[in-house]
Design a binder for this molecule. Structure first.
Ligand SMILES: Nc1ncnc2c1ncn2[C@@H]1O[C@H](COP(=O)(O)OP(=O)(O)OP(=O)(O)O)[C@@H](O)[C@H]1O
Ligand SMILES: Nc1ncnc2c1ncn2[C@@H]1O[C@H](COP(=O)(O)OP(=O)(O)OP(=O)(O)O)[C@@H](O)[C@H]1O
Ligand SMILES: [Mg+2]
Ligand SMILES: [Mg+2]
Lengths: 227, 227
């Protein structure tokens, strides 16, 4: 489903070039459950941003379901992103003026889903994340972990083909974190491809496959279904 | 050093009142090392914001070194905050337009420390946090864990009497997190009062005392030096 070939991502800071990703080769089959680990600053979020079509490679190729994403125009990329990919950001990126529920409804509004169905799905997903009593709070009226759960709800509510989660339990206690992982794993059981960046070894050990990144390169890969 | 008496903090959301903190009674002696734990949404950040003079109680009293902070005017509170209290925010609150090093120098600029001494201290603290090669990056050019380390550097560089840290390792891998805890504990060894909010049990277990918060109340307190 995903193929990264010789993928490179550089950033320019003054006259310094940061090689955030260097020669990444990775294949992920549809339905896989992959954990991405590595030290702070190693390139995990950058990798996820490329996978989520939120960032472009500086070199190499990203094939999504066989199509070279570098050949798609902005419109086509946006469409692919909105319909096929769900993203839980490391720092959530919720819309400040919208309530928790409105934030979760947003992708459904963009997909043209009608109001009653949107409300039903948003309530259901927020309830599963223990957020029913905070649906009308805006992000600045929520705790850190509550914002994180709204971000997760927004990412999963469309049941995307590919779900990318960047440190989804970073601000959660043990119990809330376990609920989140259960929800993500349920979606994977239903066939959704799941890529989770995490610093939590207990979460990484639950994944079917582990990829460890160091200084922008894959240092270890416990092995994909495609080998 | 710190005394909270019948402390209450309410938030209003529409016609709903959220009792974020309810009847908190807590004494912390100078030099103590306290971990604050509890479920997501239980009131930990709210407690820390009150302790850091970033928020006012709705009821009850906060005595800092014997002085009732509720009787201090804004100017006096700001002065106390800048000189005596260091704060690591759950979401960092770095100044977007300043580099990592400039962000760390900011409290020293406010305290009138001269440029060469500021530069020396900033470099030293950032080096201890493994950030020497990122000193000229702005926050948007840093990874999540790198931003967190800059926030920590800024909080500790003034060697405040009271250091409040809200989930300081939430975005860090095991090794970076251990470095951070070592730095905080070194400061505590030097006499700084340390209050750390954390979801990480391995960190909470290192503290000399643990306070567990549930629904805005202290559910367990493993005991202060003052009883
Ligand atoms: N916009 C940018 N400009 C310059 N450098 C950047 C930029 N974004 C990231 N970097 C650098 O690229 C490297 C990889 O960053 P990335 O955010 O992918 O790390 P990460 O593995 O997610 O780290 P963390 O675990 O701390 O979140 C880091 O060293 C970072 O400083
Ligand atoms: N400005 C606000 N307006 C309304 N409610 C608020 C506001 N800030 C916090 N709350 C509510 O107060 C409660 C305590 O919030 P707080 O941020 O202190 O929790 P926390 O223990 O730090 O949680 P986490 O572990 O998720 O960071 C939460 O239920 C939250 O929804
Ligand atoms: Mg990251
Ligand atoms: Mg909090």
């Amino acid at each position: 489903m995903i193929e990264l070939r010789n993928l490179r991502r550089d950033f320019q800071v003054g006259d310094q070039t940061v090689h955030a990703l260097a020669d990444i080769n990775l294949r992920v089959a549809a339905g896989e459950y992959l954990a991405v680990t590595g030290p702070s600053g190693s390139g995990k979020s950058t990798l996820l941003n490329v996978l989520g079509l939120l960032d472009h490679p500086s070199g190499g190729h990203y094939l999504f379901e066989g199509r070279d994403t570098t050949t798609l125009d902005d419109q086509a990329q946006a469409e692919l992103r909105n319909r096929r990919i769900g993203f839980v950001f490391q720092f959530f990126h919720l819309v400040p003026r919208l309530t928790a529920r409105q934030n979760v409804e947003l992708p459904m509004i963009l997909a043209g889903i009608e109001p009653r169905e949107r409300a039903r799905r948003a309530s259901h997903t927020l309830a599963r994340l223990g957020m029913s009593d905070r649906v009308h709070h805006r992000p600045d009226q929520l705790s850190g972990g509550q914002r994180q759960r709204v971000a997760i709800a927004r990412a999963v509510v469309m049941q995307p083909a590919l779900l990318l989660a960047d440190e989804p339990t970073g601000n959660l206690d043990q119990a809330s974190g376990a609920d989140v992982i259960r929800i993500l794993e349920d979606l994977n059981q239903q066939g959704i491809t799941l890529v989770v960046v995490t610093h939590d070894q207990s979460i990484a050990s639950r994944a079917h496959r582990r990829v460890h990144i160091v200084d922008g390169r894959i240092d270890q890969d416990s092995g994909g279904n495609e080998g």
